[in-house]
Design a protein around this ligand. Structure first.
Ligand code: ZN
Length: 266
């Protein structure tokens, strides 16, 4: 592994302290979310470098801004998705990218493969986040990815044209940013687009299939949280230990593997 200069640690500490303070002030993250993001950010800056960190930061800033915009335009509806992001959200989206860098460094992987894995993970996370956010703007009822039946917004595995539009927008932004930062050559940035679409689709399939689903005893909605309307909801299908964050972690890891595999074969 490359030697890490003391300056890199100072640099990381200063950057992360500034971002942590700003995230708390703007209420992008709660306190535990800030703690998780400092650990993830530190690992990425030290093991990957600043351009890797900038990619994750862009994802975080854009998706937080889009969440705000969505809440302002259509209200806090219909799912209790984290408006202030928590440590679970930070880990669900940041763990696979961090592990990709860590594993690549430990295995002395080629920089190109590491970059591909990292982009595959962050790209899938970003695509899935914007798919959820932009999908909420869809006026009709989304359909379940497995049987195309109309379902309520916020049902795990629900898809809509707006959702896929959000997914593709995210991937185009991410491809452009990573290319501009020099983190990925053009062909890899382009490959990110199909990989991210596949990753997001897998996320929806897992959401519809194995993710735990509950029916609220009060309002009757099918929800992904074991609590709704301030009371425990009834478990109806899926595995209880597979929640939305776990599904995210699996799909972002698959995104990493797919783009790294594409980079090795190109
Ligand atoms: Zn309810």
């Amino acid at each position: 592994m490359m030697p890490i200069s003391p300056l890199a640690h100072v640099q990381a500490a200063v950057i992360l302290a500034a971002i942590a303070a700003l995230s708390l002030k703007l209420r992008f993250l709660d306190k535990k979310g800030v703690a998780a993001s400092i650990i993830i950010g530190y690992a990425i800056i030290i093991l990957g470098g600043l351009s890797y960190f900038a990619i994750l930061l862009a994802f975080f800033i854009i998706s937080s801004a889009v969440t705000r915009l969505r809440v302002r335009i259509i209200g806090e509806l219909p799912i209790d998705k984290d408006w202030i992001r928590s440590w679970r959200n930070v880990l669900a989206n940041g763990l696979a990218p961090t592990l990709t860098i860590l594993i690549s460094r430990l295995l002395l992987c080629d920089e190109r493969i590491m970059a591909a894995g990292y982009l595959g993970a962050v790209g899938t996370a970003f695509a899935d986040t914007l798919a959820t956010e932009i999908g909420l703007f869809y006026r009709g009822k989304p359909r379940l990815i497995t049987n195309f039946k109309s379902v309520e917004k916020g049902t795990p595995g629900a898809v809509s044209p707006h959702g896929y539009l959000g997914c593709i927008m995210a991937l185009l932004i991410m491809a452009a940013i990573s290319w501009m930062l020099g983190a990925a050559p053009p062909h890899l940035a382009i490959m990110l687009i199909p990989v991210g679409i596949i990753g997001t689709t897998i996320d929806s399939l897992l959401g519809a299939g194995i993710q735990g689903k509950y029916r609220c005893r009060e309002c009757g909605k099918i929800v992904e949280n074991p609590h709704h309307c301030e009371q425990p909801a009834e478990h109806i299908s899926g595995l209880k230990w597979i929640n939305t964050h776990m599904v995210n972690l699996i799909s972002t890891s698959l995104g990493a593997i797919l783009l790294a595999a594409a980079a090795t074969s190109l």
